[in-house]
Every structure is written in structure tokens, then in C-alpha cells.
Design a protein. Structure first.
Length: 355
């Protein structure tokens, strides 16, 4: 979206005027092909546009190839240590390579670069604060400045070798450091930038860390592709990525839930229904807003901008409202009854918006 230069990852345009691309990474060892295919499908269902896979061993070649064959979105191979793995990944048909330049010597990459150029496959140089070779840092140099300088030296070297399709990421586990270094990078690098907070933590903490850094950068026009790095499932990373894009860029996907915190006026299971709505309808591709409000006195008015909402009334009673007006009153005895009612309206709206 924001970089001057664009690259193509398979058919997917990255940078230039393309939308910010959402990616995630599979976590199972490659021989667990069934598990990886399940995770891949689920992540794509939630909107992943690019899937990264670590390729740590030549014996995993057939599994990587299979994933490339069946995936509906481009596969990116993550390579450490061994350029032979990069060549094999290209043979498997991956659409992009990512390596951490700190782990592959510059002298050993000529064949890989040649193949990348031949096959028109881009390379992401993925720098992490924790893995910059100390011999490349000048005495007294600030680490952020050193990473930027090293990255631009690497880019120049690759361009001299004929490779133009380059993406850069510089990740830190600190949101503030991530913001600062990417602001500096965007001033000197004209290609696509991949942004993310590395090792951001489990779901809640990782979401907050990622949202604070990525939200800030995206509002500044920095970041052409994002990964929310969580100790959680790939589909959850994708879901959080879209929450961030929805919050800061208005690029929404799936159901947005508006739910009240509850107060003494509340008569129903707001929290449980809100969670279940998100879980059940989070993957749908049509953006729509569902409200779950604790009382039918204030709820419909407070959430009048929702496409559809439920609010609780007398014992076992709830109303469905749309545009701030009550359209149906119904009885429920379980959370599932309420979800069933909501799903009827969600299906109608989804159908209408698809056309
Ligand atoms: S919608 Fe009703 S229950 Fe929920 S916080 Fe507002 S007043 Fe309280």
C-alpha cells in the first residue's frame, strides 16, 4: 500500500498501491502435513493472503512441495543457515523466500540470488534485533542505526547482483523499538516493508503489543504487509491482523462485535454471547457489525449503528434490533438459542451483501 516500489509474490501484489497484505506462519513440523493443511485452510478462511512456512531440513522437501501445490495463497519459505535449503524451496515452487541475513554468509548466496532473479521470486530480508551479527556493528553505533545501515548495505549488494524484488522487515519484541526503527527504514528504503512485533507473546498481550506498534505505523503510512506474531493459532493471528486493519484503516473483515461491559441493568449473558458471536462468525468475508447489549432500555439506542443486535429484556427474553429499532422479541433458555437467532439475521445480511 505505502511503498513506492511494488513486488509480486506469485500473483499477489505487495506494496505500491496494493492493500496491506495479511500473513501468518504455520507452526507444526512439516511432516505433520495433515495438521498443516488444516491450519493453512483455516488461516485462509480467516483471510490470510500469504502463508510462511519454516523449511529447516532438506528431508522436508516433499512436504513443502505439497503445501505449495495445495495452497490457494502464495507460500513463503523461511530459511536459516543453509543456502541449499533456499534453492530447494525454490524448486518446491515457493513464491517468496525469507531469510535472516544474520544467519547466511554473504559469499554463499550467489546461486540463490541468480535463481530468485531467474524465477522472479522476491526475497524478504528479515532482521531481528536479537540476531544481528556483532561483527557488522560499528563501535559506538546505535543498534537501530546499525540495523538500518546493514539492511541498506545488503539491499545495495543484492541490487548489484541483479535482484530488485526485495522486501525488508526489522522486528523487535518492543513495540516502541519496532515503531522507531521502521520509521527510520521507511525514510531510506523504497520497497515494500513487512511489519510486525516479534515474539509479542500470548493472545492478549501479543494483540496489545502488535496493535500499538502496527496501528501507529499503519497510520503513518508505513507497512505493506503485516504479521501479528502470537503464541496462538495462525487463524488467530490473521483475525487479530484484521482487527488492527479495521481499527486503523477501516479495512474490516468478518463480524465486528459491539458489546456493552454490562452493568446492574443487564439481564442476560452478554459476555458469553459476544465471545461466541466472534468465534462463530469471525471468518466470514463480508464485514458486518453485531451488537450484544445487556438491556433493551439503553442497548438498541447505544448500538444503533450496528447492522443487527440483540439486547436482553425480562427473564429469558431478548429483542433483536436493527438501525436502533426493535424488529423481533424472542424467548431463549441457552446461549445457543441466542446465537441461533443471530445467525439467521447474519445469514440474511451476508447473502444480501454478497450480491
Ligand atoms: S447497554 Fe444496558 S446493561 Fe449494557 S452497560 Fe449499557 S445500560 Fe448497562
Amino acid at each position: 500500500m505505502f511503498s513506492k516500489k511494488a513486488v509480486y509474490v506469485g500473483n499477489l501484489k505487495l506494496g505500491g498501491n496494493a492493500p496491506v497484505r495479511v500473513q501468518t506462519m504455520l507452526w507444526r513440523p512439516l511432516p505433520d502435513l495433515d495438521g498443516n493443511i488444516r491450519d493453512l485452510d483455516m488461516a485462509i478462511r480467516y483471510g490470510a493472503e500469504l502463508i510462511r512456512v519454516a523449511f529447516p531440513d532438506t528431508s522436508d522437501f516433499k512436504y513443502l512441495k505439497k503445501l505449495v501445490e495445495i495452497s490457494k495463497v502464495p507460500i513463503v519459505a523461511d530459511i536459516h543457515y543453509d543456502p541449499k535449503l533456499a534453492l530447494l524451496a525454490l524448486e518446491a515452487g515457493v513464491s517468496k523466500l525469507r531469510w535472516n541475513p544474520g544467519t547466511i554468509s554473504r559469499e554463499r548466496i550467489k546461486d540463490v540470488i541468480h535463481q530468485l532473479v531467474e524465477r522472479k521470486v522476491p526475497l524478504r530480508l528479515g532482521y531481528n534485533f536479537g540476531s544481528i551479527p556483532t561483527d557488522r556493528i560499528r563501535t559506538g553505533e546505535h543498534l537501530e542505526d546499525a540495523i538500518i545501515r546493514i539492511a541498506m548495505e545488503d539491499v545495495q549488494m543484492l541490487r548489484d547482483m541483479g535482484l530488485e524484488d526485495i522486501v525488508i522487515s526489522i522486528k523487535s519484541s518492543s513495540p516502541l523499538e519496532t515503531i522507531r526503527v521502521n520509521e527510520k527504514l521507511a525514510r531510506v528504503f523504497d520497497g515494500p516493508i513487512h511489519i510486525g512485533v516479534t515474539e509479542a507473546g500470548p493472545l492478549l498481550q501479543g494483540t496489545i503489543y502488535s496493535a500499538s506498534a502496527l496501528g501507529h505505523l499503519l497510520l503513518e503510512g508505513i507497512g505493506d504487509t503485516i504479521r501479528v506474531s502470537l503464541s496462538a493459532e495462525p487463524w488467530q493471528e490473521v483475525q487479530v491482523a484484521y482487527e488492527i486493519l479495521c481499527a486503523v484503516l477501516g479495512r474490516c473483515r468478518g463480524v465486528r462485535v459491539i458489546s456493552c461491559p454490562r452493568c446492574a441493568r443487564s439481564t442476560g449473558p452478554v459476555w458469553e454471547v459476544a465471545e461466541e458471536v466472534k468465534r462463530r462468525f469471525g471468518h466470514i468475508s463480508v464485514p458486518l457489525t453485531v451488537a450484544v447489549m445487556g438491556c433493551s432500555v439503553n442497548g438498541p439506542g447505544e448500538a444503533s449503528h450496528a447492522d443487527i443486535g440483540v439486547a436482553f429484556g425480562g427473564p429469558g427474553m431478548a429483542v433483536v434490533f436493527a438501525g436502533g429499532r426493535i424488529v423481533e422479541t424472542f424467548k431463549y433458555s441457552t446461549v445457543e438459542d441466542i446465537i441461533e437467532k443471530i445467525s439467521q439475521y447474519v445469514a440474511q445480511i451476508e447473502e444480501a451483501r454478497k450480491i
